[in-house]
Ligand binder design. Structure first.
Ligand code: NDP
Length: 328
């Protein structure tokens, strides 16, 4: 049997985690050969509910699930973690200013970054899902000086998957025939879903669409506003699709992307495409041997340039705000 992998999930009593944990236990993240040890982290108030989730995991009798441990202390929760999925975050509540939200999450993610630094496995890979995801990842990264920066990533895969779904719907082609979709920038309403390099059945997506007005008038706003549309329809934010995207992100990072295709991940910028170094911004990446690489050499037209710059400007403003608060 293979060596077990320790996966820590925070916010483990929440909705996204409820869609995520059972699939990790079933092998959907790390494959059908890899035993998993789950470490579930919550705030003290949610530990009771978390015990119920742990009981349900036990009742799944999953062949790959070696152990389930519960913690409300990050130093214990990240102990030996090879994969850390940071889902828990402080939601915006009525009367809360943006700066209050950044401060509340700044404290959580600074603490978790320090705990990862102190107690995670040397090969730890971190995915931040909790919002504001890119900036929370930046804070964790900057509080974990001994962990290579490249191990800190944030989720834009749900946006990526949503963009594929919209293009599939428009063209009538199956989602599996679509390749090279890209999300740039921040996981927020300023994100830029870019289909200028995408292909449908090997042909340029632009040719398959036929009409360019659809891209700016329908495709881009639909992808940017999809989370809001789901809250409106469901009365709760997307959870199963967010969990599925988190699985996709880690699975591809660990097990690789298919030849000829790429995925979107928010990763620390190396300066590519004019994104300031160190900002955690979404890029097209390929993955192999447990590492990702930003796809280089894509042509960025004026339309794309303006949209990437706007989203990156928002990330810079978020970074400035958390630096001012002393978290990064
Ligand atoms: P969810 O599980 O639904 O969401 C968790 C986080 O994921 C939120 O910040 C949410 O952002 C974010 N998110 C990112 N992308 C998406 C997406 N595409 N769709 C929906 N959400 C997205 O929240 P719950 O309230 O059900 O659960 C959160 C849990 O986290 C609670 O149990 C709470 O106790 C816990 N928590 C744990 C902490 C810890 O472990 N230290 C710290 C803080 C909270 P958004 O708010 O923008 O929807």
């Amino acid at each position: 049997a293979r060596t077990p992998v320790t996966v820590t999930v925070t916010g483990a009593a929440g909705q996204i985690a409820y869609g995520l944990l059972f699939r990790i236990a079933a092998g959907a993240m790390l494959g059908p050969q890899t035993p998993v040890r789950l470490r579930l982290l919550e705030i003290p108030a949610a530990v009771g509910a978390l015990e119920g989730v742990a009981m349900e995991l036990e009742d799944g009798a999953f062949g790959l699930l070696e152990s389930v441990d519960i913690a409300d202390d990050p130093w214990l929760g990240f102990d030996g973690a090879n994969i850390a999925v940071l889902v828990g975050a402080r939601p915006r509540t009525a009367g809360m200013e943006r700066s209050d939200l950044l401060a509340a999450n700044g404290a959580i993610f600074a603490d978790q970054g320090a705990a990862i630094n102190a107690s995670a496995a040397p090969d730890v890979k971190v995915l931040v899902v909790g919002n504001p995801a890119n900036t929370n990842a930046l804070i964790a990264m900057n509080n974990a000086p001994d962990v290579p920066d490249a191990r800190f990533t944030a989720l834009t895969r749900l946006d990526h998957n949503r963009a594929i779904a919209q293009l599939a719907r428009r063209t009538g082609a199956p989602a599996a025939s679509i390749a090279r979709m890209t999300i740039w920038g921040n996981h927020s309403a300023t994100q830029y879903p870019d289909l200028s390099h995408a292909t449908v059945g090997g042909r340029p997506a632009i040719d398959a669409i036929g009409e360019t007005a659809w891209v700016s008038e329908d495709f881009i706003p639909t992808v940017q506003q999809r989370g809001t549309a789901i809250i409106k329809a469901r009365g709760a934010s997307s959870a199963a699709s967010a969990a599925g995207a988190a699985l996709d992100h880690v699975r591809d990072w660990v097990r690789g992307t298919p030849d000829g295709d790429w995925v979107s991940m928010a990763v620390p910028s190396d300066g590519s495409y004019g994104v300031p170094e160190g900002l955690i911004s979404s890029f097209p990446v390929t993955c192999a041997d447990g590492e990702y690489r930003i796809v280089t050499g894509l042509e960025i037209d004026e339309f794309s340039r303006a949209r990437i710059d706007a989203s990156v400007a928002e990330l810079q403003a978020e970074r400035d705000a958390v630096i001012e608060l002393g978290y990064a």
